[in-house]
Design a protein around this ligand. Structure first.
Ligand code: CP
Ligand code: NVA
Length: 332
């Protein structure tokens, strides 16, 4: 499988066998000795217009493991965004770097970046998609269920039209999974994204369910949730989100409804206690100490969120190696 030179912007840009190759490569790299040198001598730009822990660290550590170096740029420390457009920044950086990661708001920005540079561009999250997250989630589901992709079922519960939900929906449809988006009517995925998922499902044999009924979690291998208000959204959105989404909180009752096999996944960061400034503000304003997931579920044996977080490293490494290494990595 030769993905050299390809951008990594959204699941929709990949054929099922290309996507599955990335998962296989990630599993291979996870078990391979560190220090493969597959990206030796390369230098990558990491552009972050929003904050990050996992994505930034995964790109940095993956690059170092494979012999590359990185330059991290945020809007405060560069001209990007306030004095220079993303497209102009991209055209400058493409002349210096061997690959560019971008985390921003409007998906259009990372698309522009890719159009304006001839090195691989990797989407580290946009308002519409979070494809490196989906790869890590799918590797985790493989590991914890031990099932082939086509037998895995996943119920995403919460804000069903955010970047993580869109990516999971389309990514699952691409590789034949049973994917259920369980969300209130106001927060279901956009019709054009559902249409793309159904088109992919017709080819892959996936089952796509969009519903507002929490009972749809029954029998799922995993329940997945994400924050109720995403980065870049207005703080005032919390009022209506709490009202709409509290019935979709992942708590012990919902886990029991799913069944004893169900694992819990979350892309993180999560509001499951008052260990964050935002969590404490929410407590002061609304009297709630846990939001999209209860602390009980987050800390339970069913929770695989830190294995999932570690898998960001292995899957992002696979994306970088597949698209930027001078050699194709053949898997036995
Ligand atoms: N899941 C995720 O993308 O985390 P960060 O925002 O910390 O990168
Ligand atoms: N939906 C979340 C994902 C964070 C990893 C956000 O965009 O803030």
């Amino acid at each position: 499988m030769d993905l050299r030179g390809r951008d990594f912007l959204r699941e929709l840009d990949f054929a099922p066998e290309e996507w599955t190759y990335l998962l296989d490569l990630a599993a291979f790299l996870k078990s391979a000795p560190r220090g493969g040198g597959r990206l030796a001598g390369q230098v990558f730009a990491l552009l972050f217009e929003k904050t990050s822990t996992r994505t930034r660290c995964a790109f940095e550590v993956a690059a170092y493991h494979e012999g590359a170096n990185v330059t991290y740029l945020d809007p405060q420390g560069s001209q990007m965004g306030h004095k220079e457009s993303v497209a102009d920044t991209a055209r400058v950086l493409a002349r210096m770097f061997d690959g560019i990661e971008h985390r921003g708001d409007d998906h259009e920005a990372v698309t522009l970046l890719a159009e304006n540079s001839d090195v691989p561009v990797w989407n580290g999250l946009s308002d519409l998609w979070h494809p490196t997250q989906t790869l890590a989630d799918q590797l985790t589901l493989r590991e914890v269920t031990g099932k082939p992709e086509s037998e895995i079922s996943l119920a995403y519960v919460g804000d069903g039209r955010n970047n993580v939900a869109n990516s999971l929906l389309v990514g699952a449809a691409l590789i034949g999974q049973d994917v259920r988006i369980v969300a209130p009517p106001q927060l279901q995925p956009a019709p054009e994204i559902v249409a793309e998922a159904r088109r992919l499902a017709d080819a892959s044999g996936a089952t796509v369910t969009i519903t507002d009924d929490p009972a749809a979690v029954a029998g799922a291998d995993a329940l997945y949730t994400d924050v109720w208000v995403s980065m870049g959204e207005k703080k005032s959105a919390w009022v209506e989100r709490i009202e709409w989404l509290m019935p979709y909180q992942v708590n012990a009752q919902l886990m029991a409804q799913a069944g004893p096999q169900a694992k819990f996944l979350h892309c993180l960061p999560a509001f499951h206690d008052q260990g964050t400034a935002v969590g404490r503000d929410i407590f002061t304003e609304f009297g709630l100490s846990e939001l999209e997931v209860t602390d009980e579920v987050f800390e339970s044996d069913a929770s695989v969120v830190f294995q999932q977080a570690e898998n960001r490293l292995h899957t992002i490494k696979a994306v970088m190696v597949a698209t930027a290494s001078p050699e194709v990595v053949e898997l036995a």
